[in-house]
Design a protein around this ligand. Structure first.
Ligand SMILES: [Zn+2]
Length: 358
C-alpha cells in the first residue's frame, strides 16, 4: 500500500533539518502539497522525489552537513564575515523558515493583529534571529529576518528588528534555558491579562503539562522595564500574561514549542470561559491527579512553581472559578419588567398563544 504523506510529515522533515523527500509511490495530501509549494516560494529547496520506500539514506542534516548548527559558537564579537556566513547559511535559513511558519500559524489563528506579535531564536552566546517590525506575521518571509545582539543592536538583516526585541532578549539573558520566545495577542488569554489574573488551574491535562502561567504588570511595550518584569518570571513560568497587552512564551527546545504554548493557553482560556457558562459545577483534578501531571511536566524539563508542593496544596488556589463572575448580581429589586402596563400586555399575549396551542 502507498504511504500517505501529510503536512505533518513534511513539517517533521523540515524540523529535523532533512531534505523534503517524497517516495515516488506515495500519496501526498492536498494540504501537504500546498505546504511544499509554500516552502518553495519561501526559498526552501524544492521537494525531491525519491524512488522506492522513501529512505533516501540522507540522515538529518546530512546534505553536506548543511542543516546542522555551526560547530563554532558565535557571539556578537565574532568577525562580521563569520556572522554573515552564518546568517546566510542553510541552517540559519531553516530557522528563519520555522519562524515564518509559526508566524503564518499565529496569523491564521488570529492571535496577531496588524503588525503585532514577534519571535526570536537564540543562535549563539549573545545573538538571536528575530522578526522585523511593521510586517504582518501572516506575510513573513525568511529574508525579512534580523540578527541582533543581546542589547538589541541590529547586526544583520535588511528590515529593522521588532521594537519589542528587548523583552525577548532579557528573557534569554535571565533564563539560560530559553532557546526560543514567542509573543502575540490571542484574545481569550489576553482577556485574562486585561483583568490581571492567571487562569484557574487543575482542569485540563494539556495545559497543566505544557504551560506554567504567570502575570507581569503593565509597562510600555518594548521598554526595558517591561522586559525585566517578564524576564524575572521565567525562572518559574514559561507562559507569561502581560497585563493589558498579550502573552509571551519561551521554550528550551524550539520555536514551535513556544508557539504550541500559545495554542494551549488560548484554547484553555476559551474552554474554561465556556465551561463557566454551562451552569454546572466545575470538576477539578484531585491532588494525586495533579501530582502525576506535574511529574510528567518535570520529566519534560519544563518549569513550574508547584514542583515539590504537597498534594493538598496543588489545587487549592480557591479564588476565582469559571462562572463565578458570570452569575447575576443579587438584588431584591427586579431590574427588568418594571413597566406594569407592558407586563400586563405581555401576559395577555402569552396567555392567548398558550390557549391557541392547547
Ligand atoms: Zn505585543
Amino acid at each position: 500500500m502507498s504511504r500517505v504523506i501529510s503536512v505533518r510529515d513534511i513539517q517533521e522533515m523540515v524540523r529535523n533539518g532533512q531534505a523534503v523527500s517524497i517516495p515516488d509511490d506515495a500519496l501526498v495530501t492536498p494540504s501537504a502539497r500546498d505546504f511544499m509549494s509554500e516552502l518553495e516560494s519561501n526559498g526552501h529547496a524544492p521537494a525531491a522525489v525519491v524512488k522506492g520506500n522513501g529512505s533516501s539514506g540522507a540522515a538529518p542534516g546530512d546534505a553536506n552537513g548543511a542543516l546542522t548548527p555551526p560547530t563554532k559558537k558565535l557571539t556578537s564579537k565574532s568577525p562580521k564575515s563569520e556572522l554573515e556566513a552564518f546568517f546566510n547559511s542553510p541552517y540559519a535559513h531553516s530557522l528563519k523558515v520555522q519562524i515564518c511558519e509559526m508566524g503564518h500559524r499565529l496569523w491564521k489563528r488570529e492571535y496577531v493583529d496588524g503588525n503585532g506579535g514577534n519571535m526570536a531564536i537564540r543562535v549563539g552566546e549573545d545573538i538571536a534571529i528575530c522578526t522585523p517590525t511593521l510586517v504582518s506575521k501572516g506575510s513573513l518571509k525568511p529574508e525579512d529576518m534580523c540578527l541582533v545582539d543581546f542589547e538589541g543592536n541590529q547586526i544583520l538583516g535588511t528590515k529593522k528588528r521588532t521594537s519589542e526585541i528587548l523583552m525577548h532578549l532579557q528573557m534569554m539573558k535571565h533564563q539560560p534555558l530559553a532557546v526560543a520566545t514567542c509573543h502575540c495577542h490571542p484574545p481569550y488569554a489576553t482577556a485574562f491579562a486585561i483583568v490581571g489574573m492567571a487562569p484557574p488551574t487543575c482542569m485540563l491535562p494539556e495545559y497543566e503539562v505544557f504551560c506554567a502561567v504567570g502575570v507581569a504588570p503593565y509597562r510600555t511595550p518594548g521598554s526595558p522595564d517591561m522586559g525585566k518584569l517578564v524576564a524575572d518570571l521565567t525562572d518559574q513560568y514559561n507562559t507569561i500574561l502581560m497585563a493589558n497587552h498579550g502573552v509571551v512564551t519561551w521554550s528550551h527546545n524550539n520555536i514551535e514549542e513556544a508557539y504550541w504554548r500559545m495554542e494551549i493557553v488560548e484554547a484553555y482560556c476559551r474552554t474554561i470561559v465556556v465551561a463557566g457558562q454551562l451552569g454546572k459545577p466545575i470538576n477539578t483534578f484531585t491532588g494525586p491527579q495533579m501530582k502525576e501531571l506535574l511529574g510528567i511536566k518535570q520529566s519534560l524539563g519544563f518549569v513550574d512553581p508547584r514542583f515539590g508542593m504537597k498534594e493538598c496544596e496543588l489545587c487549592d488556589s480557591g479564588e476565582w472559578r469559571p462562572g463565578a463572575t458570570a452569575q447575576a448580581p443579587e438584588s431584591s429589586e427586579p431590574t427588568v419588567g418594571l413597566d406594569a402596563d407592558a407586563e400586563a400586555a405581555v401576559k395577555a399575549i402569552t396567555d392567548q398563544i398558550l390557549a391557541q396551542m392547547k
